[in-house]
Write a protein that binds this ligand. Structure first.
Ligand code: ADP
Length: 361
């Protein structure tokens, strides 16, 4: 094969090494090397062009012993492209590497072989698998650590709570105002700490032992509205929702996600305001984009990232807005485990819209 100058230029500027073999008529499975592009030199460090005119068996005896000549021959005989796949190779001319090889018949006698060196890719792939395993193991022990510590912390806390109860029953009437105030602080702090510990326990378990089923989000929404009935009535809130899709996911996780966002939308409101919550959904290439919009107090731009972190609250004062600061970090974990993203767009004083996407499984 004699490519014209332009073809040759083109072939020399591919990212793929190419050589062309012509079947020798007098020898089985041996070939004459009739063309090689210059890319061979970059890929294997040897300029195959200097072997043009020689035969395959003499120039590459080690390669001749592999399955390659038979595959090239099969490609010619059956007139079809053969994806040889990954081949490890290295001889005195070529250092040991992994190549991905393809044989393409050009005629009944001539076969074009294309190949690339994917050793670096393979190495990166091996490292990725190794790092992934390490990461999974670290995650697992972190979850175990969170579980064990929060479980063990619960014990002494239960003791404190019990003694506060006993103390209150026994001495409540005998305490002066300061004593009663101290006791009330003690009681509230113990309850709050207990909520936080339960919260960590819950957060660490999220995403583990997940069962995937088909979830009708309209039913999920009905359940949430039912659960929040009192809050909705007290605040005279209006909740509007698009018809929602059915999707494959963890029903408990999805329920928690929608419930946290809607509850926050109702909770973070000025006292005199009538809450309006609008839930929308639109299809995306690979799933859905959901949004939960409120007309609440809004979030300053500089706080819009940190609210998704564990225990981050913008209101430490529990009297105006109660909470543990775990709701949004739970939502984030649920969305991430499902392969989606969660973010907020908000104007301070006007309201917020939480967006999240969930992929189709
Ligand atoms: P919690 O509600 O228990 O404090 P979250 O993790 O759900 O915990 O929320 C973290 C913080 O983000 C809240 O304390 C609040 O300051 C802010 N936040 C969450 N949702 C809204 C909302 N819809 N509007 C205004 N602020 C919000």
């Amino acid at each position: 094969m004699k490519p014209s100058y332009n073809t040759s230029l083109l072939l020399d500027h591919l990212n793929t090494a190419i050589y062309v073999l012509r079947l020798k008529s007098n020898e089985s499975l041996n070939f004459d090397i009739i063309y090689a592009n210059s890319v061979n030199k970059e890929v294997i460090g040897t300029d195959l062009r200097k072997f043009v005119g020689t035969d395959f068996k003499t120039s590459f005896p080690e390669l001749f012993e592999t399955k390659l000549p038979l595959l090239y021959y099969t490609s010619l005989r059956e007139q079809r492209i053969i994806n040889v796949g990954e081949v490890e190779y290295g001889d005195c001319q070529v250092s040991k590497n992994t190549f991905i090889i393809k044989a393409i018949p050009l005629s009944h006698q001539e076969v074009m072989v294309t190949y690339n060196n994917i050793s670096r890719l393979k190495k990166a792939e091996r490292e990725l698998i190794k790092n992934n395993l390490t990461l999974k193991e670290k995650n697992r022990s972190l979850e175990e650590f969170a579980y064990i510590t929060s479980h063990d912390l619960q014990e002494p806390l239960n003791t404190i709570t019990s003694f506060v109860e006993i103390f209150k029953d026994r001495y409540d009437g005998q305490l002066d105002e300061t004593g009663q105030m101290c006791l009330s602080y003690l009681e509230n702090s113990a309850t709050r700490m207990s909520d936080m510990i339960k919260g960590i326990l819950h957060h660490s378990r999220l995403g583990t032992n997940v069962t995937i089923t088909e979830v009708d989000l309209n039913e999920t929404m009905q359940g949430i509205v039912e659960d929040l009935r009192t809050m909705i009535a007290d605040k005279k809130a209006v909740i509007q929702s698009d018809p929602l899709p059915k999707l494959k996911g963890c029903d408990v996780g999805l329920r928690l996600l929608f419930q946290n966002l809607i509850e926050n939308a109702l909770k973070y409101q000025r006292e005199d305001n009538q809450p309006e919550v609008i839930i929308k959904v639109e299809p995306q290439d690979n799933g859905w984009l959901f949004s939960v919009k409120d007309n609440g107090i809004g979030i300053r731009e500089e706080h819009q990232k940190k609210i998704f972190q564990v225990f981050q609250r913008l209101h430490d004062d529990q009297s105006s807005y109660k909470g543990t600061g775990l709701g949004l970090s739970n939502c984030m974990k649920i969305v991430k485990v499902s392969g989606g993203k969660l973010w907020v767009d908000s104007t301070y004083g006007k309201g917020s819209t939480f967006f999240f996407n969930l992929p189709k499984l």
